[in-house]
Write a protein that binds this ligand. Structure first.
Ligand code: NAX
Length: 326
């Protein structure tokens, strides 16, 4: 195998990583011709559990897995990494407000941003741990030497949930759905936009002639899917979150084909009038060489404008909460 990639993953002993790590190591994500070194970061009390995860990964005997490094030191984890998948963060406790969660997790991403800056010269960073957009904002601002374009936060799970809902409602296979956009925050204010989306190349609104569902239940189902999974399973999404993380990485790695796009939260340069510097989910196309562009010229109805403004306002208020960490 001629190629090699080093992937740092935080929260290695957690439930998302239990589904994520095998798919990074198997050759599925980076290609059958690429060897993978995994550098797994955990908090000290979880290093024992992490050992067990590593034992299982080794027992898979993946030909692509070169080495597993386990550490509780972000400087070791990020040194020489090509991708950093920041999954680990503290879960939201019972009765905890979103603002408290933001303050609780913020300092983790200050430290990790600084360690990224020190150790990683050729890096892409994807933040999964919640609140993902604002954690990403903190990490990015604490790593000023790394170009902002290399930071992203995950809204791919929301996109995948939207695809699944549209496929079920229309009776069409997933492969016939395209051009769905998640705008804004990975939270209940996100706006899953089907006004520009297509089923079999036709506008979604022409195929699913049920505006009440499209503007109501569809949007709230996607926005609140995470809570529905917790209610049903007693635990938050893990396999689907891991799957979305793989999709996210692969979309940035490969050239976006055809006229489709994918959604991810990236640093706003003011496209669509969104406040500059926010980590905001946009429709993106990747050039396959590490670069991407925001898809331009999409039209918004007044309904959509209102929804996009609401999620932007939430991200602005989250930025205000963490301003001392930026
Ligand atoms: P778990 O609680 O199972 O695992 C988290 C792991 O992170 C734990 O093993 C913990 O020890 C570790 N950790 C905590 N602080 C750390 C630090 N400073 N450095 C390294 N590791 C640290 O959570 P899991 O279900 O795996 O979820 C992880 C994160 O993903 C949570 O914040 C969760 O809210 C978030 N999610 C994000 C999603 C997204 O689409 N962006 C969807 C799924 C999920 O809700």
């Amino acid at each position: 195998m001629s190629k090699h990639v080093t992937v740092a993953v935080t929260g290695g002993a957690g439930q998302i990583c239990y589904s994520l790590l095998p798919r990074l190591a198997s050759g599925e994500t980076f290609g059958a011709d690429t060897m993978v070194t995994l550098k797994l970061l955990e908090i000290t009390p979880a290093l024992g559990a992490l050992e067990g995860v590593a034992m299982e990964l080794n027992d898979c005997a993946f030909p692509n897995l070169k080495e597993i490094v386990m550490t509780d030191d972000p400087n070791v984890a990020f040194d020489g990494a090509n991708w950093a998948l920041l999954v680990g963060s503290k879960p939201r406790g019972k009765g905890m407000l979103r603002g408290d969660l933001i303050k609780e997790n913020g300092p983790i991403f200050v430290g990790q941003g600084k360690a990224l800056q020190k150790g990683a010269s050729d890096i892409r960073v994807a933040v999964v741990g919640n609140p993902a957009n604002t954690n990403c904002l903190i990490a990015m601002n604490n790593a000023p030497d790394i170009p902002n374009e290399r930071f992203s936060a995950l809204t791919r799970l929301d996109q995948n949930r939207a695809y699944s809902q549209l496929a079920e409602k229309s009776g069409e296979p997933i492969t016939n759905i395209s051009n769905v956009t998640i705008w804004g925050n990975h939270s209940a204010t996100q706006y899953p936009d089907i006004e520009n989306a297509k089923i079999n190349g036709k506008p979604v609104m022409d195929v699913i002639q049920d505006e009440e569902w499209l503007r109501g239940e569809f949007i709230t189902t996607v926005q609140k899917r995470g809570a529905a999974i917790i209610a049903a399973r007693g635990k938050s999404s893990a396999t689907s979150a891991a799957n979305a993380t793989i999709d996210h990485v692969m979309s940035f790695e490969a050239k976006t084909e055809g006229d489709n796009w994918f959604s991810a939260a990236v640093c706003s340069k003011g496209d669509y009038g969104i406040t500059e510097g926010l980590i905001f989910s946009f429709p993106l196309r990747s050039d396959g060489n590490g670069g991407y562009e925001v898809v331009q010229g999409l039209e918004f109805s007044d309904f959509a404008k209102e929804k996009v403004a609401a999620t932007e306002e939430e991200l602005n208020s989250e930025r205000e909460i963490v301003k001392d960490l930026l």
